[in-house]
Design a protein around this ligand. Sequence first.
Ligand code: C2E
Ligand code: MG
Ligand code: MG
Ligand code: MG
Length: 287
Amino acid sequence: HNARKSNHHYQIYDRLLDFYTIERLHLVNSLKSAFTENQLVLYYQPKLDLRASKITSVEALVRWLHPVNGLIPPDTFIPIAEQTGQMNALTKWVIEEAANQYTKWQKDDINLSIAINISAEDLRNDELITFLLALKNAKKLPDEAIALEVTENAVLSDPKLAIKLLARLQKSGFRISIDDYGTGYSSLEQLKILPVDELKIDKSFVQNLMMDKDDQTIVDSTISLAHNMNLSVVAEGVEDLETLAWLQARHCQYAQGYYVSRPLPAEKLTSWLPSFEGLKIKEKCHD
Ligand code: C2E
Ligand code: MG
Ligand code: MG
Ligand code: MG
């Protein structure tokens, strides 16, 4: 019994060590100044409408331009923001930045709706919703301006509350996507009760689609599931034309991935848009 107890202590100690590495402490401290020193930046990855061969929306993906460490990807600092109580501030910053970008693009006659990723932390209370609704009113944003992406796992800690909050957001006009669909712990039963408009099939099923029969079965079934539930469906992680054509032939509505474009800073995306030869992709796919 004693051995088990001390074992348990070791585990906690290990985890603490893991948590408090010098590098990590450094990031935790400097993340605070990331906000004040304008070191956060949003990149935008287009979502291709496969039916119209048009870019109608983008996903906002945050990066941290660290003065010493360079461009830090979100997978590195979002967990830190979550564990140190800074997620709320981060999400609010992302929302405001995206809303400003939406308005800027509108002024230039560029119609792009922007999807934002929200985390489990954002669904623990109604702060985010209050903030989003106030911002939508203040900036007079139409419903299509901002969409929300949430993973199945983000809903799991308090499903009742999360579902209530998401339902309120959906009622207020925000489209809700399930991100990384197929990798979470949620059941089909949960899909039935979640307020959701769109499924985003996780890139792990899409990246090797042409080489993996099982992935093909999974993606094909998920597209059908989405269609039959009246949800729109996006495949993320599309890295080649063959995959794009395969998805189009199966009436997957949207494709996102490096084959279409990597995430880009706003100005780069703006200049890339006219050069995007949507029609060519369409023609190639029908060959
Ligand atoms: P996600 O929301 O599933 O975003 C898709 C990720 O896949 C992005 O990574 C994107 O750059 C990458 N990706 C897109 N197309 C391809 C492709 O064809 N191949 C491959 N290999 N990867 C592709 P990124 O930008 O590093 O973001 C990683 C994750 O960090 C996101 O996954 C999301 O969960 C989280 N994240 C990013 N920005 C935010 C944010 O503002 N707030 C929150 N809460 N989470 C964010
Ligand atoms: Mg996403
Ligand atoms: Mg995803
Ligand atoms: Mg992901």
